[in-house]
Write a new protein. Structure first.
Length: 406
């Protein structure tokens, strides 16, 4: 019966699009008369994108797909059943989405997304003025009028993303539905600051953490809560930020960066999204043996494990992986067959053997068993202009109604 209803929904959706399809409506099956709770149980098992498309079928479908509680239940069921429809969001002049489950094909197919301030001319002018004020040289300026150069991707968690489409603005954004919410102003004009984004499943809340340099070795920490829609000052930290030039990486309910502590030790600093406490994890001692004059470390998520990657002007051919989270003795060096100056893991295939990597501005599919690699292109996106990317899970979560749901 479930299959019959789903087939009928697909036909009903198709029949609403053109006049020719409406003529075939008489030959379509009679509507299936099922209780709303049964229809809900069927819809909740479908991908978020498909549910959104069914909104035009009936008022019931529209009501269900717009219900915040339904959206939460659908996302939780998807994650719990390991039926996650993985997507990749790519920022390169504009934002693009592509199917992450299709990484075995030669080229990935991207779909351009609508996002906050995309077509706002003031955003374009604000960006130029900002670069002029700070005496920077903007190398990659797209000549098309008002076309964005970069959308900074802060992170992804539990069906939502945190992005910065222009300097001074943070948004929570759902790439599946296109909905967004601008956070209250918090970004300052400080020389250094970094963010992290995560989901607290204890309080059922999305949080953004902001670290701002008060001096060379003091960081002010503030946390934003979606439920309360407010920022609050948390504490000060005594760390140098010479290694940290990017947003934190979220893994195991914590956001991670590399900082230098008061003992002049490089450490992975983890912010627990639930407890809002910080903890340190020492880097592997051999990793510090890098003798390059400019040496930098960044963290990543490699097949669900914390990893440490070099970011130097010189090349490396290894990556450090923490096999048991939080256990410093479990750091393990993995040699790879590629040389890199910068690298970021973007996601892995379901068997875990192939990993999608950003390596020096290229997208590479790498097999950790055979050490075979393949460079990928994205149709419609010029990767040669540079890009950043992150994986996300499709959902119907609305950042605008979330905090008002009990």
């Amino acid at each position: 019966m479930y299959k019959k209803l789903i087939d009928f929904l697909g036909e009903a959706l198709t029949e609403t699009t053109t006049k020719n399809e409406r003529r075939r409506r008489e030959a379509s099956p009679e509507p299936i008369d099922l209780p709303p709770e049964i229809i809900r149980e069927i819809l909740i098992r479908l991908p978020a994108k498909s549910i959104g498309r069914f909104r035009c079928v009936s008022k019931l479908f529209s009501s269900l797909s717009s219900d915040p509680n339904f959206a939460k239940s659908q996302l939780n069921l998807t994650i719990r059943n390991d039926t996650v429809h993985r997507k990749l969001i790519v920022s390169s002049h504009n934002l693009y989405a592509l199917d992450f489950d299709g990484i075995r094909i030669r080229d990935l197919v991207a779909k351009e997304l609508d996002y906050p301030l995309k077509d706002d001319p003031s955003n374009f002018n604000e960006m130029i003025n900002s670069y002029v004020r700070e005496n920077r040289v903007m190398i990659r300026l797209n000549p098309e009028p008002y076309r964005r150069n970069w959308v900074e991707i802060i992170g992804s968690s539990h069906g939502l993303m945190c992005i910065s489409p222009c300097e001074g603005a943070l948004f929570l954004y759902n790439p599946t539905t296109g909905e967004s919410k601008r956070l209250p102003h918090k970004i300052t004009g400080e020389e250094f600051q970094t963010h992290g984004f995560g989901f607290d499943d204890v309080t059922d809340d999305y949080k953004v953490v902001n670290l701002v340099a008060e001096s060379d070795n003091v960081l002010n920490v503030s946390v934003y809560s979606l439920k309360s829609d407010t920022w609050r000052r948390l504490r000060d930290l005594n760390y140098e930020h010479k290694d940290c030039f990017s947003s934190g990486v979220t893994l195991n309910d914590a956001v991670h960066w590399v900082f230098t502590n008061h003992n002049n030790e490089r450490v992975v600093l983890a912010f627990d999204v639930k407890t809002e406490e910080f903890r340190e994890m020492l880097l592997p001692g051999e990793a510090e043996d890098c003798g390059h004059s400019y040496r930098n470390f960044v963290v990543g998520d490699l097949n669900g494990r914390l990893c440490l990657v070099y970011s130097c002007y010189e090349v490396h051919d290894d990556v450090w992986v923490m096999d048991e989270y939080g256990v410093e003795s479990s750091w393990r060096r993995i040699r790879i067959s590629l040389l890199y100056r910068s690298m970021k893991p973007l996601g892995s295939s379901k068997d875990g053997e192939e990993v999608l990597l950003e390596i020096d501005g290229d997208m590479v599919l790498y097999n950790f068993s055979s050490h075979a690699s393949r460079y990928l292109g994205i149709r419609g996106v010029k990767l040669s202009d540079g890009f950043e990317a992150d994986a996300y899970v499709e959902s119907l979560i609305s950042p605008n109604s979330y905090g008002f749901v009990n």
